[in-house]
Design a protein around this ligand. Sequence first.
Ligand SMILES: Cc1ncc(COP(=O)(O)O)c(C=O)c1O
Length: 417
Amino acid sequence: MNVSLLANSLVGSEIIKIGNEVNEMKRKGAQISNLTIGDFDPSIYPIPDELKEAIVTAYNEHQTNYPPADGVLALRETVSGVLKSRYALEYNANEILVSGGSRPLIYATYLALIDPGDKVVYPAPSWNNNHYCVLSSANGVAVETSVENNFMPTGDQLKPHLKGATLLALCSPLNPTGTMFSAEQLLEICDLVLAENKSRSADEKPLYIMYDQIYSLLTFGKEHVNPISLRPELRDYVIYIDGISKALAATGVRVGWAFGPEVIISKMKSLLGHIGAWAPKAEQVAVAKYFRDEAQVDTFLKEFKGAVQKSLDTLYNGFQEMKKEGFNVDAVVPMGAIYLTLKIDYIGKTTPAGDLLKNSADLNFYLIHEAQTALVPFSAFGNDESVAWFRASVGGCSLEDVYAMLPKIKTALSKLK
Ligand SMILES: Cc1ncc(COP(=O)(O)O)c(C=O)c1O
């Protein structure tokens, strides 16, 4: 091969493969309800008007040169203030790093902590940790979770894998499930990490937690919890990932931030400085101004979250109705983010054309063609393809789309033998 081992070992995204199929069918004129991508249709979910205006103003004021490597100070100060008032977390501007969305910060966390072969523990399903393990040559250990705990990892499930690990990657509200940690669940895990670190000598690398809370402002009544609020002693070991991509429906604006111990944040800054993954300066200046006004943000969130929750609840209720009618389906109560966890237990059935649905991907493609509804099987998030659970993302479709897809799913499932 004429490229690197790393380049050769990259695995394409299953979500993009499904997206391509959907786009191809749309090109041929099909009307598909696309519940695949964790993104928003801006005609349904636009960014806040005041943010858009602030971005335009920043460009008009010529905020177009390089931003500082760790982010515009005003934005880091805004983030510091919001962390204090919304989460009671004390982080100063030196402990905050801004980047072009949160993805580069996740990658930088891996690069700053992981040596080749180091163990990284993460739950399955979860989003993209498998890919970051490949990129950082980590030894990734996917720990399977179960519906009994809303697919959130438990202390008991993680415990056997933490010995000698370098990173535990956690996320709440979780992509792909839309479920969240309770304080008790997270506390148990925090205590395991503290115990593991106590057992290590000073010259060993400790076990760190990467805590991705990018959906923390998109919750539906349940309180978001985080490791440091529960166990302040963990402060040297936790790197948080956050940003505006999801909370402000601003996936294309590209502003994210990480916060954590200054020694690690400064290494991540150096790494990202070389990569050049900064957020555009005008966007940083605008977010610094917009995000500081919490009343304004809350007004936006109320309407935005209300619409997202309505779609999720409608889909959830539709699946519960189908379950009552005898279909082999189920759904987990939506708690946060833009996702619903759906069970469609029809693997092993045969289509009217005589094709056996061997795995979750076959079932998914059957639903794309027969019900014009595209989901993402949990196999895209680290689970085996025999797992009959799927992610439905509602950011790209309207409430009307959700209502319209339910009878189509029913009809398609009724045809299976
Ligand atoms: C859990 C989680 N973290 C991070 C990201 C990446 O966010 P960004 O668009 O800010 O890079 C996503 C995007 O889907 C996500 O689901």
